[in-house]
Design a protein around this ligand. Structure first.
Ligand SMILES: *[C@@H]1O[C@H](CO)[C@@H](O)[C@H](O)[C@H]1NC(C)=O
Ligand SMILES: *[C@@H]1O[C@H](CO)[C@@H](O)[C@H](O)[C@H]1NC(C)=O
Ligand SMILES: *[C@@H]1O[C@H](CO)[C@@H](O)[C@H](O)[C@H]1NC(C)=O
Ligand SMILES: *[C@@H]1O[C@H](CO)[C@@H](O)[C@H](O)[C@H]1NC(C)=O
Ligand SMILES: CC(=O)N[C@H]1CO[C@H](CO)[C@@H](O)[C@@H]1O
Length: 449
């Protein structure tokens, strides 16, 4: 269904060639921004689909396109040529843009809808896409790319062929959901099955904050063996959640309570972040900034749970905690990994060469796990990445529907949201990189919304 653009996986110093090229491009951005910022515009490649002298027609799509790996300067808000909209990579189009002028509803790909996007949210993954470090983006889209997964908006057109997976969407429906890139846009072509109607009491911004974080959280609990509910689950029900104040963490705390896990123990990085997971029902919140050494922290984590270890540990920290997490599972415990945030640069507006070298060093020092250890110790190590799940329709559907049901019943609190106009996307990326943002950043495509 989708073809990788580049099948060659060339290794240099043990790293993929794409990673090396991204590092070089980012260092170039940093050099120019530091030494000669007025030359930054020379780093911006031409994007063929841009309408350089757009009419003032509101029908034209605006999007944020990235022409090559690099810094904040690469986030360009452009107006697309008349008729163009953005599109995710799983509809078989070779680029992030598709020309729909003159296409009748019969000619739209089967089961798709065009969404007029009102709000989209920003994920840390989008920074990785901009740096050129997001493998599926490199593999399935290349450059230019329009990043973003989470959208909320109004259905503008519906394909006349194929069903939208029995959700039967109609023009005018308010929807939210996920696209596999292409969300940083005012108009996107999306398979209907990736969308759901917005529960009536949510705003567009609230709805746009949900898909990636809630699906990541529920899939973590699926791999942890707790969703869907089943008879055959281990007796110990403790869960340890790293980064419990983040978007995914907040969802994990709430869903763990809903699925009967106990105790739910969360870790946060600073004292100001303790209250939020507490308010969501986290039984114990540990502020890791208060500990002198990792071993003291792990002692505290161990004593927050009466059993020998944790039955599920959700860890997106990477190199800084993976080994410790594995060591603190109980027998039958499962370590679920869905990110490597401590491997990636944090707190820098512009990434200098030193930061990039550190990143490569950390990648080379990831803990290695021996399959025989897993058997002898009765522990499991599981990992996933939603950006590869485009074909798992029935599984994602079930996850979507459970999240929708919880929202309708008022059982899930939406993340805390910072709203910004689309034009301030650079500020949004800087906030995410700084690690200081709490909850989700949502961009609004229309300033009056
Ligand atoms: C988009 O499609 C229309 C209709 O097929 C065509 O006239 C137009 O030239 C296309 N635009 C571009 C930029 O290719
Ligand atoms: C998801 O997978 C892509 C491609 O392998 C990777 O670059 C990205 O970092 C992954 N996302 C997370 C959260 O790890
Ligand atoms: C949609 O409905 C049709 C017939 O009502 C059924 O055959 C099909 O399996 C349904 N698709 C999904 C994804 O539920
Ligand atoms: C493996 O799990 C079983 C069942 O919980 C337990 O009896 C055994 O002690 C475990 N082995 C280790 C090394 O923990
Ligand atoms: C395998 C394991 O760690 N089992 C523990 C489950 O929890 C009880 C107490 O709640 C412990 O006694 C078991 O050792």
């Amino acid at each position: 269904m989708m073809e990788a653009k580049d099948e060659i996986s060339f290794k240099l110093f043990g790293q993929d060639l794409n990673v090396i090229l991204a590092v070089v491009a980012n260092i170039l951005s940093w050099l120019v921004a530091t030494l000669a910022p007025s030359f930054l515009s020379y780093l911006l490649p031409n994007i063929d689909e841009e309408d350089k002298s757009p009419s003032t027609s509101p029908v034209q799509t605006q999007c944020i396109a990235i022409g090559r790996p690099g810094g904040i300067e690469q986030l360009r808000t452009i107006t697309l040529k008349p008729g163009f909209v953005t599109v995710g990579y799983n509809l078989g189009f070779p680029s992030p843009f598709v020309n729909l002028s003159d296409k009748t509803d019969e000619e739209l790909p089967s089961g798709t809808v065009v969404v007029e996007i009102q709000a989209f949210s920003v994920n840390y993954a989008d920074c990785c896409i901009r740096w050129g470090l997001y493998e599926s983006a490199n593999k399935f889209v290349g450059w230019p790319i329009v990043p973003g997964f989470d959208i909320a908006g109004v259905v503008e057109r519906v394909s006349a062929s194929g069903d939208t997976d029995n959700i039967s969407l109609a023009v005018g429906d308010k929807v939210y959901g996920a696209t596999f890139f292409g969300a940083y846009s005012s108009r996107c072509l999306v398979p209907g099955r990736q969308l759901r109607r917005i529960p009536s009491d949510l705003s567009f911004a609230e709805a746009a904050s949900l898909p990636a974080v809630s699906m990541t959280a529920l899939y973590t609990l699926y791999l942890g063996g707790r969703f869907p509910a089943q008879d055959c689950t281990p007796q110990n029900k403790s869960i340890l959640i790293h980064s419990a104040a983040g978007g995914v963490g907040g969802m994990l705390v709430q869903m763990s309570k809903l699925l009967g896990l106990s105790p739910v123990v969360g870790i946060v990085g600073r004292s100001s972040k303790v209250d939020h997971p507490k308010s969501l029902g986290c039984d114990t919140v540990i502020d890791k900034s208060g500990f002198k050494s990792p071993s003291e922290l792990w002692e505290e984590i161990q004593s927050a749970n009466k059993a020998q270890g944790y039955s599920i540990i959700a860890d997106a920290n990477g190199v800084s905690t993976l080994r410790g997490s594995f060591d603190h599972l109980c027998a039958t415990g499962r370590l679920v990994v869905f990110g490597f945030h401590s491997n990636l640069p944090m707190g820098q507006d512009m990434l200098n060469p030193w930061v990039w070298l550190q990143m490569i060093w950390k990648m080379a020092h990831m803990p290695k796990f021996d399959a025989m250890d897993l058997v002898v110790s009765n522990k499991s190590l599981l990992g996933f990445n939603l950006s590869f799940f485009v074909d798992e329709i029935s599984m994602l559907g079930q996850i979507y529907d459970q999240i929708g049901a919880w929202l309708k019943e008022g059982k899930l609190v939406v993340p805390r949201i910072t709203e910004l106009p689309m034009a301030e996307i650079g500020t949004a990326h800087q906030l995410l990189q700084s690690g200081k943002s709490v909850g989700k950043i949502v961009m609004l495509t229309k300033s009056e919304t």
